[in-house]
Design a protein around this ligand. Structure first.
Ligand SMILES: [Zn+2]
Length: 413
């Protein structure tokens, strides 16, 4: 049950919310049938802000076959009632050295369009505006959206940013785990061998403003805290954190502190809770294979010696599963706790979902893959969240953010 009446909630939500909080036993004990849960779930048209299946379709894995990805395929997306999906055009940091980041980003955008949207034979329709998403919802179609992961994709050139926008990209994380030429990352911030800027450089600030002018969401997932606060200062549009969780509940540098969540909310931004065990649960994080030198050595050996990328991914996944077999995992309840932490802190208008499915090696017990999203809906209902609140978390907040970003772009033309 939600603990307090949060005064930052809209009046209409607040009324039902506080009624439940003070403890109407009849409502607290409501038993939700599967049919009721699915009706609320489907009406909420869930938008997941981050899925990495394109990394796998790029190397030939089949999204249209059951088991095509580890956590994602078209069948399980239907079972999970996913309304809209931001597919990540992720660019590994290794492309910086070979100056092939933009090439890789283009290839990722192509696999989203060709191997997911086109092969879905009408089950997915590409969306580039909030209105497109709402129209697809009305027509009973799933929406596919494109987000670039890793600001190094633009190779320090705003001209490339404009072309990625023209291809349909609607968010870009300013960094991935690597600091780039214009923004510091949380991933290497404690590495003294990396040259850091102290946040955004002049070019970084110019890129954020150009994203505002174009109407591309400024995504602060993965960035260093200093980059985040610089983005808050410079951006003329609300900010997005497509796949980040709460540092107060799990101390990971990738997660957001309470002060950062409050600052994001003051921009009228939105954060999508990440389902990675290592970002949700401290015990899972502390036991992560990534902390075992032995695991790191074996993983690096596979990546160096196995030439076929799909085969290397499979072997790394098997190795990770071996190490994970007897270590603590996060649970569905952890995801609910992270959502509720944001709601308690800044209200229900600033939280969404950014699963990171097929981009992480450990998913929560109870939320193992995309087919399990309805279990989250049930857990939120049982905690006392109203269907209206769930609708905001699943799609309303993101639609508002996209509309705000689109309006800012129009005002800057
Ligand atoms: Zn990521």
């Amino acid at each position: 049950m939600i603990r307090t009446c949060n005064r930052s909630l809209p009046a209409i939500v607040l009324a039902g919310f506080c009624l439940l909080s003070v403890g109407s036993s009849a409502q607290q004990k409501k038993v939700w049938t599967d049919a009721e849960v699915m009706k609320i779930h489907n009406e909420a048209y869930l938008i997941d802000l981050h899925n990495d299946i394109p990394t796998k379709t790029l190397v030939g894995q089949n999204f249209m076959a059951r088991g095509g990805g580890e956590h994602t395929d078209i069948f399980r997306m239907k079972e999970g009632g996913v309304g809209a999906q931001f597919f990540a055009a992720y660019v590994p940091a290794s492309h910086v050295a070979t100056k092939s980041s933009a090439h890789h980003a283009l290839a990722m955008i192509d696999t989203i369009k060709e191997d997911i949207v086109k092969k879905s034979a009408g089950q997915f329709a590409l969306a580039i505006t909030a209105a497109d998403i709402l129209n697809n919802k009305k027509l009973g179609r799933r929406s596919a959206l494109i987000g670039i992961e890793g600001g190094h994709a633009i190779e320090d050139d705003p001209r490339l940013l404009r072309q990625f926008y023209a291809l349909g990209t609607r968010y870009m994380t300013l960094t991935w785990s690597n600091t780039n030429g214009w923004a510091d990352s949380s991933g290497d911030i404690s590495n003294p061998r990396v040259k850091h800027h102290g946040g955004l450089t002049d070019l970084g600030r110019q890129i954020v403003l150009e994203m505002n002018r174009l109407g591309m969401m400024v995504d602060i997932s993965h960035v260093a805290d200093s980059t985040f606060y610089d983005a808050v200062k410079i951006s003329k549009a609300p900010l997005l954190a497509s796949h980040s969780s709460c540092r107060a509940l799990c101390n990971a540098g990738r997660n957001m502190t309470d002060d950062m969540i409050k600052a994001l909310a003051r921009t009228n931004g939105v954060m999508g809770i990440n389902f990675n065990c290592d970002f949700l649960n401290q015990k899972a994080k502390d036991a992560s294979p990534a902390t075992h030198p032995d695991f790191i050595a074996k993983r690096d050996r596979i990546n160096k010696t196995v030439k076929d990328e799909a085969e290397a991914m499979k072997q790394v996944a098997q190795l990770t599963a071996q190490y994970r077999a007897n270590t603590p995992r996060a649970t569905l309840q952890d995801v609910v706790d992270h959502i509720d932490h944001v709601v308690q802190l800044v209200g229900v208008d600033h939280v969404a979902l950014g699963s990171d499915f097929d981009g992480v090696s450990c998913t929560p017990v109870g939320l193992e893959d995309v087919s399990k999203f309805p279990k989250l809906t049930r857990a939120l209902l049982e905690k006392g969240y109203t269907p209206q609140m769930i609708t905001k978390i699943y799609h309303g907040n993101l639609i508002r953010l996209m509309q705000d970003v689109e309006k800012t772009a129009t005002s800057m033309k």
